[in-house]
Each structure stands twice: as C-alpha cells, then as structure tokens.
Design a protein around this ligand. Sequence first.
Ligand code: AMP
Length: 416
Amino acid sequence: MTNIDQVNFSGKRVIVRVDFNVPLDDNFNITDDTRMRAAMPTLQKVLKDNGMLIIMSHLGRPKKNPDPKYSVKPLVKHLEELIGKKVIFVDDCMKAAEAIKNMKAGEVMLLENLRFYAEEEGKPRGVEKGEPGYDEAKKEVKAAQKEFTKTLASYADYYINDAFGTAHRAHASTALIADYFDADHKMYGYLMGKEVAAVDKVMNDIKHPFTAIMGGSKVSTKIEIIENLLTKVDNLILCGGMTYTFKKALGGKIGNSICEDDKLDLALDILAKAKEKGVNLVLAIDCVCGDKFANDANTQIVDPMNIPEGWEGMDIGPKTRELFANVIKGSKTILWNGPCGVFEFDTFAEGSKAIAMAIAEATKTGAFSLIGGGDSVACINKFNLADQVSYVSTGGGALLEAIEGKELPGIAAIKK
Ligand code: AMP
C-alpha cells in the first residue's frame, strides 16, 4: 500500500475524497468546521508538492440534482481561508473535465455535492425498497454508477481517500473509484491513516488489560459491537441507559428507567457469554436517579436493582464512579463509546466526567485510549479532555462498524 508521504504530487492531478459534511445554519454559515479542518493536512500536502488539488465531498442528504439547500458552494469562502488559496468551484461534479484540463499546478478545485447524483450512493430515488419498480430502478442506477465513477476517476492521476466518516459506505467516491487506480496511485489521507491506525490498536494490536466502556441509551444498537468486543477485552464496562435492560433481566426493579423489554433475553445471553469467555463484565452498583427527565429533577442515589416507582436511573452513582475508574486506571488499552448517563444535563454528567477523567489519567501513564462514536465525542469535549486521550475518532457509524469487526469498504478499496 502506498503511503502519502512517499509520493511527490508535483504537477499531478489529485482527487481527494473528504468529509465536508459540516453543519450549516439557516443562512448557510458553517456552525462547526471540525471536519474541514481535519482534512487540511492532506490537502496541504498536495499543495505543498505543487499538485493540482481536486476536492470532492457529500453534504447532507439531497434528493435531487441540483438541490440548492445542500450545495457545497457556501463552503468555498471558508475553504479559501483555511487553505490560503483561491478555490475554483465547479457546480456539477460530472462536468468538471474541461475546468480540470485547464488547471495549473498548485490550484484548488471543489466539486459540487457528489450526492446530487443518485449514482454516488447507487440508491434509486423516488421509489423505496419493497415498492413496485424498485428492483428495476436499482439496476438502472447501478449501471449508471459505473459511468459516474469512471468520470470521477478520469479527472486525476491519484486518488486519496481522507473521508473516514463515510468509509463504511461502498459509494462511488468512497470505494468504487479506487478500482480505477493501481496500488501506487491510491492511498489514505492523513486523517484516514490516523483513524485506521487507532482502530487497529484496539482491534488487533491490543495491549492487555483491554477495557471497553460501552454506554448510551440502547443495547439493541450496540449488540454486534458488544459481541465482537467479548472476544477481545478483559473488562467490559456496560453503563448508561442500556444497563437498565440488564438490571430488569436480572430481576431488578427499575422504576421509570429506559428499558428495551424485548431485549431481556439478549441481556442475559450477553452476561452468560461474558462469563463463558472469562470477561470481567462490570455493571453499576449505585445510580443517580431523578423524578423527571430534566436537569432540575430531584435526585437520589439508589441501588440500580431497586429503583423506586416514579424515579428513573440517569447516571452512575459515586461508588460506581470509583469502581469504573479503578478498572479503567488499571488498563493498557481503552475504548469508550457512549456516555454513562444523561450527560447533556449537568446534574447527570458526573459519571461520564469521572470516566473521561479516569481515561485521561490512564493515558498519562501509558495506556492507549480511543474515544468515538456519536455522543462520546460531544461528551469528552464537554469536559475539555479531548487532548488528554490518545485519539478521538471523527467517524461515528464508520467507527462503530469497524469495532463490530466489519471490513469497511473505503478501507478495503485502498488496500486492494
Ligand atoms: P447512544 O446514541 O445509544 O450512544 O446514546 C446516547 C444517549 O444516551 C445520550 O444522549 C444520553 O443522554 C443517553 N443516555 C445515557 N444514559 C441514559 C439514561 N440512564 N437514561 C436515558 N438516556 C440515557
């Protein structure tokens, strides 16, 4: 596999798939540019070499072409500021050949939203799965996808994938395009490389003891991850709303706590599997419950197996904070996905904060820590501890699928 640092892009056309799917307000102002900044090292590398930089991305979920609400044009000005160069904007990603032919070394181009074309995702529009005509429409879009991919590939000498956030999608620009480049002409960008290396450390290159902390609201969305982790970890801390399903399955009284009643057997099955595999599965021994789902709820600390009627478990209690922190501090590899309480309310954020602090402390003494997946990033940012852990992943769904043990199409396509 080619490493981006081995290549000098001087005078070459380089197409880079980035994840510029940034949030915009009603006036098309970028409200969080983290994803754009994350791609800068790769984009700067191409420009430093004096290459011709062609940037492509998706933004949101447009349903037609064009769909002005989802245009990437509003990103141009900020991109110019970040990159320190003028950006040529092409308002149709399939009609860029002429403009690319005229590009000079060191110039930058941004293509309009790839998802204006159904071919990018290869999913038919206007007809849902199961509806009449879906199969034919799918066949049609798949056939057209080949041309679409070929056109994108024809724009450049090199293909770089730096969009980890969409690496779990086998889309034209994230995976299929790689087939048009040989191994010397396709590679990960720096962000993608860092993400892949971080995942590798918790999936393959594990230093024991390995502790995974899985939180969040629902066990049903985390089941495949938990099952995969049971084959790898020494300690599995389960926390957050999902654990009340476990407590109920074990015969506990959980009051108004959230619970998936159809997953009680599944919870027991996970407990049995952990035992069978010799995994130390750790559950809360006390919890902070509230009399309503609000920051100003009245609170009390109770046994999570015995929550009073009318109250709901919303955070771990002080004894559990200590229990979890001790397990975490004794670990050499740590993976955290999902808060252990309703951290959005300060009243119920102490548990998640204690976990974040214990991870930061373990990291200081040499552990490798990976935080990621949806709310976990917001959570670590809330406590200003993101720079005190080894790696905070930018990929929500992509990271979760990687932890499930699945090979991500965007990664596999570069490795081929
Ligand atoms: P998930 O998307 O499954 O990772 O869940 C994240 C969400 O779980 C966050 O918004 C938390 O507020 C929520 N959460 C964590 N613990 C609880 C709890 N005990 N009760 C209700 N929601 C919770």
